[in-house]
Ligand binder design. Structure first.
Ligand SMILES: [Zn+2]
Ligand SMILES: [Zn+2]
Length: 89
């Protein structure tokens, strides 16, 4: 077995790109108002989320990439990276 150097470099780059990102978002249920702090995955979009209190299934709103953008108080990691890149240039 050997470790691919490409994977190592990607891992380093990836770790750097998520540095300073806020990976926790408080989701507010539109039905009952129940709030729950959730960890946001960096490499995946969460499109559905079930309220732990009333079991309402939330879907990402149109034009939003994920439920965190629709119902969370913090932009998802993908949007945070996008905004950061915008500011850099
Ligand atoms: Zn609810
Ligand atoms: Zn999003």
């Amino acid at each position: 077995m050997f470790i691919s150097i490409k994977n190592v470099l990607y891992d380093l780059f990836h770790r750097d790109s998520i540095k300073g990102l806020n990976l926790y978002s408080t989701i507010t249920c539109p039905n009952c108002g129940y709030q729950n702090k959730e960890h946001m995955p960096v490499n995946a979009c969460v499109l559905d989320y079930i309220c732990l209190n009333c079991k309402t299934v939330m879907h990402a709103k149109e034009g939003h990439c994920c439920i965190f953008c629709s119902y969370g108080d913090v932009d998802c990691p993908g949007v945070q990276i996008e905004k950061r890149n915008e500011n850099r240039f």
